[in-house]
Design a protein around this ligand. Structure first.
Ligand SMILES: [Zn+2]
Length: 440
C-alpha cells in the first residue's frame, strides 16, 4: 500500500467512525406541541365520550396523563393563557384582568406590550431554539424571537374585505409569512360550516325562540365570525405545522368557550325560567345539575366533534410521531344562580377546572394533579433547560418515565425587543371585551 493510499484509507475510516459515534451518541431531539381549546371541560366532554361520539378523545384520554386542570381566579382567558405560557401569576406577568384593575384603581390596559415576563417561546429563544406560535391570547403586537408568530389579531382579517387585508401585515412576524398566510383565507361561511361540521347558531336560536332578537347576545350575534375565525386558525395551523421546522409549536382554538357562552340561548324560555328562577335562593339539586349539564353537553357535540377531528389530525401527523403533546383549556364552566359561566361566580365557588392531556413517548398514562402554572416549567424540564426560579408551578416530573436533573435559572424579557402599541387595535380589543361583558 502506498503512503498516499493509506492516508486516504485512514481518512475514510475516521470519517465512517465519526459518523457512527455521531449516530449512536446523538442527543434525543425533543419536539413539543401545545394545543389550546378555550373553555373545554370534562363534565361536558365525558358524557359525549361515553355515548361514543368522540372516538379519538376517548382513546386519547385512556392513553394519556390527564388532569382536572386546576386554574386560578380571576378566571379570564387573557390572564390564564398568559399564565400558562409564562408559568407565572397575573401580578407577575402583568396582563391584568379588568375587574382587578377597576377594584384597584389601576389603568394598565390590555396589550402584549404590557407583558413583563417572558413566555415559553422567548425563553427557548435564549437557547437558539425555534417556536411557531399561532393565535395565542395577548400576542399582539407580535414578539420578536427565533420562529414565527401569528398574533391573536390576525384572525380579524376574516371579516375584512380582501382589498384591506394588508392592514393586518403587522399581526404576523416575520412579515413575509403574512403574505403566505393571506393566501389560505377562505371567506365562504356556508362552505366553512359544512366543512367543519358546525351548525348555524343563529338559525338554531331562531328556531327555538321565534321572533326573538339575536342582538341581545353579543356572542350569538357574532357567532358566525367566531366560527370563521377558528376555521381560519385551523388552516393557518395546517400550513405552518407542515412548512415550519421548530422545537415548540403552539396553537389555540376558541370555539368551546364561545359556544358555552351562548349555549343557554339554545334552550327555550320556559326551561331557562324554571332552571334559573329569579330572586329565589339557589338550591339546584345534584340530579338537576346533572340533567342541565347533560343538555349543555348535547348542544356542544358539534364543537367537541370538531375538536376531536383536530386532535386526530395533529396527533396522527407523521411529522409529530415522537412529539410530546400538551392539550389543554384555561378553565371550565360552572352552573351558578345566574346561569352558566366561568367568571363572576359567587365568591365561595371555586374557579371551574379545565382539561389537560399529556401524551408522548415517555408519558405514563393515568390521572395526575396539575395546575396552569405547571405547564411552562414542565416544558422547560422536558427540553432539559433550566426552570425559572420565579415560576409559580412545578415541573410535572412524575408524568414521564425519563428523568432529568432539575436545573434553575432566572428568565427575563429582552428589553431590546420591546414592542410598540397600536392604539386602534387597543380600541377594537376593548370594544370586543365590552361587548362580551368582560368590561363595563
Ligand atoms: Zn377562556
Amino acid at each position: 500500500m502506498t503512503l498516499k493510499k493509506s492516508i486516504k484509507m485512514t481518512f475514510v475510516l475516521a470519517a465512517a467512525l465519526s459518523l457512527l459515534t455521531c449516530g449512536s451518541g446523538k442527543k434525543e431531539k425533543i419536539q413539543v406541541v401545545i394545543l389550546g381549546f378555550d373553555g373545554a371541560n370534562w363534565p361536558t366532554i365525558d358524557p359525549l365520550i361515553a355515548a361514543g361520539k368522540l372516538p379519538f378523545l376517548k382513546q386519547l384520554k385512556e392513553t394519556s396523563a390527564w388532569a382536572d386542570f386546576k386554574t386560578d381566579k380571576p378566571t379570564k382567558s387573557s390572564v390564564i393563557w398568559t399564565s400558562i405560557a409564562t408559568g407565572k401569576t397575573m401580578k407577575k406577568h402583568g396582563i391584568l384582568d379588568f375587574t382587578y384593575l377597576k377594584d384597584n384603581n389601576l389603568e394598565v390596559p390590555f396589550s402584549n406590550s404590557e407583558k413583563r415576563e417572558p413566555s415559553l417561546w422567548q425563553m427557548l429563544d435564549r437557547f437558539g431554539m425555534r417556536s411557531v406560535v399561532i393565535n395565542w391570547y395577548v400576542t399582539y403586537p407580535p414578539d420578536q424571537f427565533n420562529g414565527v408568530m401569528v398574533s391573536d389579531r390576525f384572525r380579524q382579517i376574516i371579516i375584512k374585505k380582501p382589498e384591506f387585508a394588508n392592514d393586518y401585515v403587522d399581526t404576523v412576524t416575520p412579515g413575509m409569512d403574512f403574505y403566505r398566510l393571506k393566501k389560505v383565507i377562505r371567506r365562504d361561511y356556508g362552505r366553512t360550516i359544512e366543512r367543519i361540521g358546525m351548525p348555524d347558531f343563529i338559525k338554531l336560536f331562531k328556531k327555538i325562540n321565534p321572533g326573538k332578537d339575536v342582538r341581545k347576545s353579543f356572542t350569538l350575534q357574532n357567532s358566525r365570525t367566531f366560527v370563521m375565525q377558528d376555521a381560519l386558525i385551523e388552516d393557518v395551523t395546517d400550513t405552518l405545522f407542515k412548512s415550519k421546522q421548530a422545537d415548540l409549536y403552539l396553537t389555540y382554538f376558541r370555539l368551546p368557550d364561545i359556544v358555552q357562552h351562548l349555549v343557554l340561548r339554545l334552550f327555550d324560555d320556559e326551561y331557562i325560567k324554571s332552571t334559573f328562577p329569579e330572586g329565589e335562593t339557589w338550591n339546584m339539586s345534584v340530579e338537576k345539575q346533572h340533567e342541565v349539564i347533560g343538555r349543555i353537553s348535547q348542544e356542544l357535540e358539534p364543537v367537541y366533534r370538531y375538536m376531536d377531528r383536530l386532535l386526530q389530525k395533529y396527533l396522527n401527523d407523521p411529522k409529530f410521531k415522537d412529539a410530546y403533546f400538551f392539550i389543554m383549556s384555561d378553565h371550565g364552566f360552572s352552573l351558578y344562580p345566574g346561569g352558566y359561566n366561568h367568571y363572576d361566580l359567587p365568591k365561595d365557588m371555586e374557579a371551574p377546572p379545565g382539561i389537560l392531556l399529556v401524551k408522548g413517548p415517555s408519558v405514563k398514562p393515568g390521572k395526575i394533579n396539575a395546575c396552569i402554572y405547571d405547564i411552562a416549567p414542565t416544558i422547560l424540564y422536558l427540553f432539559g433547560l433550566p426552570v425559572d426560579r420565579n415560576m409559580d408551578g412545578r415541573p410535572l416530573q412524575d408524568v414521564f418515565k425519563l428523568s432529568r436533573k432539575l436545573k434553575y435559572s432566572l428568565y427575563s424579557l429582552d428589553k431590546n425587543k420591546k414592542k410598540v402599541r397600536n392604539q386602534a387595535a387597543d380600541r377594537e380589543a376593548i370594544e370586543e371585551l365590552k361587548a362580551l361583558g368582560y368590561i363595563n
